[in-house]
Design a protein around this ligand. Sequence first.
Ligand SMILES: NC(=O)c1ccc[n+]([C@@H]2O[C@H](COP(=O)([O-])OP(=O)(O)OC[C@H]3O[C@@H](n4cnc5c(N)ncnc54)[C@H](O)[C@@H]3O)[C@@H](O)[C@H]2O)c1
Length: 452
Amino acid sequence: MNLIEKIESKQASIGIIGLGYVGLPLGLSFSKNGFRVVGIDISEEKVEMLNQGCSYITDVKNTEIKESIENGNFQATTDFSTISSLDVICICVPTPLNKNHEPDLSSVKYVVTKLQTFLQKDTLVILESTTYPGTTEEQIEKVLTSSGLQVGTDYHLCYSPERVDPGNKKYRISNTPKVIGGVTKECVRIADSLYKTIVNQTFLVSSPRVAEMSKLLENTFRSINIAFINEMALMCDHIGVNVWETIQASATKPFGFMPFYPGPGIGGHCIPLDPMYLSWRAKESNFFSRFIELSQDINSNMPRYVVRKISELLNSKKKCINGSNILLLGMAYKPDVNDLRESPSLDVYELLKEKGALVTVNDPFCHSFVDAQNQSIDVQKKLNYDEITTYDLVVVLTVHSAYNLNDIATSGVSILDTRNALNGIELPNIARIGDTSREIDTGVSEKVLVSG
Ligand SMILES: NC(=O)c1ccc[n+]([C@@H]2O[C@H](COP(=O)([O-])OP(=O)(O)OC[C@H]3O[C@@H](n4cnc5c(N)ncnc54)[C@H](O)[C@@H]3O)[C@@H](O)[C@H]2O)c1
């Protein structure tokens, strides 16, 4: 039986290396579709939790893991020698930046050393981690060739970017098309037969490089558009126009416009990092992307703008940041997830602490985080609506669905809304970023126009 026949009859066993936001849902998706899946991770703690049927990812329910384990279709291990018993290996390990903001491929390289030792003939290897064009061929194919393994004859190799959007209820793995680029035509044919078992649509490209580039194009597109609309918010603030209403108006155009929304910055493992992978790769070839650098600059400065707005609001109440009680709502980088990585809420927190604010952080999904001083900061999980008026200012940073926005808005406390979460609630205690068109009731003087 060849590998495609094994896949089509669900007799192929699948290994997922790296069981995080990407790898765990992917592995469970294969196991729910009848494959035997082995998850391999370096974290003993995660492996132990999974084998006990416990999830550490908001999107993944304990019952999903338990069912897959009980069906005999899922197990987790830290033992890389398991690779030798698997027909397919999907690599979903982290691809962060190092302290010099350059690609850190150490996890991918570590996995490749394990493939050198344990890979069996005819195995399909797919890299899913986000990375710069050329990685699959330069970091996997080349290294395996040096240890005597020829792609196409000894094993098969593809790149297929992961597009999962944690927290997205509409687009899941099954209804998000999968782009696949193989080193040979046969490689891509086998990977296509695999992914077709879990997704409705695949899109085959001519090489791993195109697949790698397509992922970076998607996320760089987002980063640049978010930066553009963030700059528009700064401009609207400056010239006294409501950016939110403006976007709403422009979005009525049924063609040629796609709404993006301003906010306190960008976060997560993708949008702040992926464009840097691309600009690093381009710089290697003496190509400098002004768009990428500019958007990184604008987006990474948004927390400073938020703090400037906080300062203005407090100032209008004859207060200053130093000594003020400020409540930050939403520490994760996006709604209804527990992911704090690169979250701009953390930057806002640090900037306020530097200026002497008494900051309380609230997030129903996150327990704690480590601050710039290496201190563990507890996150308040339950919001006490009765106490909300004890704060000098409440800052809405991430809009988790658990928040009762109406109660927060009508409490009378001064609010800075960085997401237009309180859209439609026009009360004098609410200020928004990118909107100086309205007068804010400060409760001190009559009324003050909050300027940019
Ligand atoms: N999180 C997202 O929304 C998202 C979306 C699309 C693509 N991606 C990309 O997918 C990749 C994984 O991201 P993630 O968010 O799942 O990361 P994550 O940090 O949530 O998970 C990575 C997992 O890999 C494990 N790991 C680290 N080094 C390892 C190694 N050498 N061998 C085995 N396991 C190892 C970690 O313990 C962790 O469990 C990254 O390249 C990321 O850019 C992420």
